[in-house]
Design a protein around this ligand. Structure first.
Ligand code: EPU
Length: 338
């Protein structure tokens, strides 16, 4: 096995944090993954896939396994649907583009989300009214302690808003190796109601929307307000939108009647963290090389040489100010590695 030493991890995390891996191994097959997990000379392992939802704050004194498992196959097909199996290291957006080229529907609203297919279930990625769980069939994951492959059904994944079993009970025990997704053929269900999709389709001159046109609209919207990690380090939304009880919401909306909100589930309300952060005065602010995006306050930025801890300190300052001003706690969506 080609184990490398002292490898710069900047290219492997979309925040572009310049830390190093003590040891580093690229994983290209399941067999290789099994063998790597058995290496007793390297007891501590650390998994990186797309690196799009983590904030590294220090050098990783472990064997970093970079998951590069590739392949997309159709495993079931009927007149109206296909189930595809996607290996964990496939880039998410390239996968979305591939499905659209086959005219398979279901992923178009989730165009341009950074990261890889294998990490999509961990936080149940979602955008513009669609979440991974809406197309998800199951995933295959290797148990770290015995290297056995297990299948997790949709129910077993316990998906929630940016949440799953892999962030809770199963955290740190498995490596997702593949996901299975159910997509439509021909008779697509289009979701154009959310956010700016309809107006963007209008601006594009689209009269009869297709899955390809929706993807294009989502790409345009995202490009207009979300920074490209290739140009400036970031991890998408840094925080989750807080969900508050009816009681808390009533007190909040009385004081801030102009605040946007969504009713979710019974007697619960989601308040956009981007709005709270903007009102707290952080939008577009920069502190050294750490900053808050000027077009979407939910996104924290690394202008080049910010350390992970500088980003963490900015996040903590934002959380404290939002709590003081609104009495609402906002939690990080990004996995902070301390
Ligand atoms: N808003 C502000 N100021 C801001 C940002 C937002 O006032 O700086 C307000 C907007 O005006 C709007 C509301 O907040 O009324 C919602 O904003 P937006 O539509 O941009 O969506 P979001 O709730 O901020 C979520 C996801 C995004 C996803 C979009 C679209 C989370 C944590 N984020 O953002 O996901 O793309 O909806 O579906 O749920 C990600 O997870 O990395 C991500 C980018």
């Amino acid at each position: 096995m080609n184990i490398l030493e002292n490898i710069a991890l900047k290219p492997y995390n979309t925040f572009g944090i310049a830390v190093k891996a003590r040891f580093f191994l690229e994983i290209n097959s399941l067999l290789q993954l099994q063998k790597a997990l058995q290496l007793s000379a390297y007891p501590d392992k650390f998994i990186i896939s797309g690196g799009s939802n983590m904030l590294l704050t220090k050098d990783i004194d472990a064997l970093v396994l970079h998951i590069n498992l590739k392949g997309i196959t159709v495993v079931e097909e009927t007149e109206s649907e296909v189930v595809i199996k996607v290996m964990a290291g496939e880039n998410w957006h390239e996968l979305v583009q591939w499905t659209l080229a086959q005219d398979y529907g279901g992923l178009e609203n989730m165009s341009l989300i950074p990261g890889n297919a294998g990490t999509a279930p961990i936080q149940n990625i979602g955008a513009y009214g669609v979440e991974l769980k809406d197309v998800f069939v199951s995933c295959e994951a290797m148990r770290i302690d015995n290297q056995e492959l297990e299948e997790f059904t949709k129910e077993e994944c316990q998906f929630g808003y940016r949440d799953s079993i892999f962030k809770n009970k199963a955290k740190g025990s498995y490596i997702i190796t593949a996901v299975k997704l159910r997509l439509t053929k021909g008779q697509h269900q289009l979701f154009t109601h959310y956010g700016a999709i309809e107006s963007e389709l209008d601006a594009m001159g689209v009269v009869t929307p297709t899955i390809q046109a929706i993807s294009e609209a989502v790409i345009r919207i995202r490009q207009s307000k979300l920074p490209d990690p290739k140009e400036i380090g970031n991890s998408g939304s840094f925080f989750k939108n807080p969900i508050v009880s009816h009681k808390k919401f009533n007190a909040f909306i009385k004081k801030f009647p102009d605040a946007p909100f969504y009713e979710v589930g019974e007697q619960q309300y989601k308040i956009p963290a981007g709005w709270l952060i903007e009102q707290a005065g952080f939008k577009g602010k920069r502190f050294g090389d750490a900053g808050v995006h000027a077009k979407q306050a939910l996104v924290l930025l690394n202008y080049g040489n910010a350390t992970g801890m500088e980003i963490v300190h900015l996040a903590q300052r934002i959380q404290k100010t939002v709590k003081e001003k609104f009495g609402i706690e906002i939690d990080a969506e990004v996995n902070i590695i301390k």
